[in-house]
Design a protein around this ligand. Structure first.
Ligand code: MLT
Length: 312
């Protein structure tokens, strides 16, 4: 087929263009990774892949849409620690079941997060804490809604900084980040890949990364441990899914294609520049993701119950 390189991963191939559902708004972490993956996966699958944003707080609308899509391999979607694990504990009536309604295709990325603030709030953790103390009850933290990972990051921020910030929901971390750059909200805790460009351009002040080590992409940012907040420790796993009932041969072919795409030099280079960590081969594919989801649902259930979260 003209315009498409021949892929090496064998098996099933789509017979028409494919839709990649992103359950969050454009410009957020899932969307940024989706567009890169779609570009390189389409070459291997021999069909165009259209990225479709079905953004809503918590990623619920798009994830539900994926659950109800035809299980024929022509619609697949991206999800993460929020949509396929934490959401179970944050919503009383989640309109999908992350285990029963999907076939996992594979994990494709793990991301540290970054606390970014509007420059008027301060340039380091001490200044941020001083601002919070001087403006009781005023701080707002933008996020992608209950159960989204930027929401989980914001909850953790509130606890470790004793910030009592108001959490402001958006349809995705993209618009949440943009409103923080614009000064509509004060802070955001988001996956590193979308915060890094804002920190580099000065749109936001990076305060720390949420893992116990520095990231080479933003070497001046201290780790949470370095600012004395080692409990501010969260990294986000991301995975690809198809609706339950998708034939095994299709799942295998999509998993092989994703696996191959994660070895693509362009993907590796772009992901590395954005601090997106590609899982080792042993952690890719359907079965490791299936196990991860089961253990993560249990882990977030515990976190939510320890934090006294009342599902909405
Ligand atoms: C997004 O792409 O908007 C994020 O992954 C949403 C989130 O914070 O979970």
């Amino acid at each position: 087929r003209p315009g498409f390189a021949q892929g090496t991963a064998g098996g099933w191939r789509p017979s028409r263009p494919v839709t990649m559902l992103v359950p969050f708004a454009a410009g957020g972490p899932t969307d940024v990774m989706a567009r890169l993956l779609a570009l390189r996966m389409s070459e291997r699958l021999g069909r165009p892949i259209a990225v479709e944003n079905a953004g809503s707080a918590g990623g619920i609308v798009g994830t539900q849409r994926l659950a109800r899509a035809a299980p024929d391999g022509h619609t697949f979607g991206l999800g993460h620690m929020g949509t396929h694990a934490a959401n179970v504990s944050f919503y009383r009536r989640l309109p999908y079941d992350p285990v029963a309604d999907f076939e996992p295709v594979g994990q494709y990325a793990t991301n540290p997060m970054i606390l970014g603030v509007h420059p008027s709030i301060g340039g380091n953790a001490q200044e941020v804490s001083a601002w919070i103390a001087a403006h009781p009850g005023e701080l707002t933290v933008a996020n992608a809604g209950n159960g989204s990972v930027s929401y989980l990051g914001a909850l953790l921020f509130n606890r470790v900084f004793q910030a009592k910030a108001t959490l402001v929901p958006y349809r995705g971390a993209g618009p949440a980040l943009q409103d923080t750059v614009n000064g509509v909200t004060h802070a955001v805790v988001d996956q590193a890949l979308t915060v890094i460009p804002q920190v580099q351009s000065g749109g936001l002040k990076g305060i720390c990364v949420t893992v116990p080590r520095r990231l080479p992409q933003v070497p001046d940012l201290p780790s949470s441990a370095e600012i004395g907040k080692s409990d501010f420790d969260i990294a986000v796993w991301n995975g690809a899914f198809v609706p339950k009932g998708t034939p095994a041969e299709i799942v295998r072919s999509l998993a092989a294609t994703l696996n191959e795409t994660l070895e693509d030099p362009l993907i590796r280079e772009r992901f590395a520049a954005l601090a997106v960590e590609i899982p080792p081969v042993a952690e890719r594919g359907p079965e490791p993701l299936r196990r991860l989801i089961a253990s993560e649902i249990a882990r977030w259930r515990q976190v939510a119950s320890d934090a006294g979260v009342v599902p909405e």
